[in-house]
Design a protein around this ligand. Sequence first.
Ligand SMILES: [Zn+2]
Length: 94
Amino acid sequence: MTTSTFKAVFTLDTESHTYRPTAHNLSSDQAVEQFNSESKARTTDQGERHRNHDVRRCRACKKTADELTRQHVTASTDSEQSEAQSASSENEGD
Ligand SMILES: [Zn+2]
């Protein structure tokens, strides 16, 4: 029963519209605890523990970040989102 799945977390940079590796080698508990409230964060499963200590230099994470960025670009060109700053009606319950 040793399902050691590691999680990597990526955060969307709203200026450049790219995902950046934020953390890796987290347990799912850690990922939820630290990034659950972060709406721009995306959590992915890692196949195995990443050896590079620095997440920003981690090649596996960079690759996943590129992938997420590509998905994000594809999704956002489909339907353009206008940011309504005055009305904060983001109350979508779970
Ligand atoms: Zn990594």
